[in-house]
Design a protein around this ligand. Sequence first.
Ligand code: NAD
Length: 302
Amino acid sequence: ASGTIAFLGLGHMGGPMAANLIKAGHSVVGFDPVPAAVEAAKAHGVPMAASAAEAVTGAAVVLTMLPSGQHVLDAYRGVDGTPGLLSVAAPDTMFLDCSTINVDEAREAAAIALDAGHRSVDAPVSGGVVGAEAGTLTFMVGALPADFDTVKPVLELMGKRVVHCGDHGAGQAAKVCNNMILGVSMIAVSEAFVLGEKLGLTHQALFDVAANASGQCWALTTNCPVPGPVPNSPANRDYQPGFAGALMAKDLRLALNALESTGVAARLGPLASEIYDEFAASGGAGRDFSGIITDIRDKSAT
Ligand code: NAD
């Protein structure tokens, strides 16, 4: 897409993403209500507007990177006297939401954007702050084919993989399914390591077997929850994230919402959601999600 990108939400993810757009020579105008985010964005050369409406005026693309679906819908519709961005934007503006939100909310956002005469794409990301800074994010995109072609070159300035998953909401659907696998598999790997400890197995022995057998998965071989076998995993730095427990708890609540609204007979997804809510509420919010293993160990019989 040529033309200016209004970039709303310059937090942990949005800040470095906007900086990469600027680095690539794209025209960007940012807005964030939090002064610290504004200062950080300015330091990266991102010009900032005084309001979201000001940023959106004259923009070809409205890119949102906000905490939740409610934030996205409120920004689109307007709330507490702030004008809705759908009414401020020029006709046929591309509303590109990169936040992680409920599939139902993403479909609602698309429906109201289309109703207002605009275009809509959901493009949540994986890769975390490290990927946002390095420009190596993966984007999971829900879009009409022509809209996908429009946003792909923009997303490629911030990421290395851009996957078209289907129509409106399909990006969020892919993200929530993937993260449910991740949440459940990290618990499974952690329970197996604690069981191995009780049975007298070394971490390395279990790793050497499972990493080359049917227990192989990302939670084991990349984000290994015990220190040692994978030197770069967060377990080696006292579970400094990485992917924070609060974010895993959020993503599993989105999974739970999707499971409930579709009526899937899932048992592990809801249980994983409960387990990570507990982890986040008891000190794990700011630790890497693989720190769940310490909860399992602490609650086990001695
Ligand atoms: P964050 O809280 O650091 O940033 C969100 C920013 O949005 C904040 O600076 C906030 O002030 C701003 N904001 C709120 N309302 C706004 C509005 N109306 N207009 C403009 N700005 C507004 O969160 P984050 O970690 O950057 O995450 C953003 C999104 O990306 C979330 O949906 C999250 O789930 C998703 N995500 C995060 C990560 C991660 O590792 N942090 C990874 C993948 C996906």
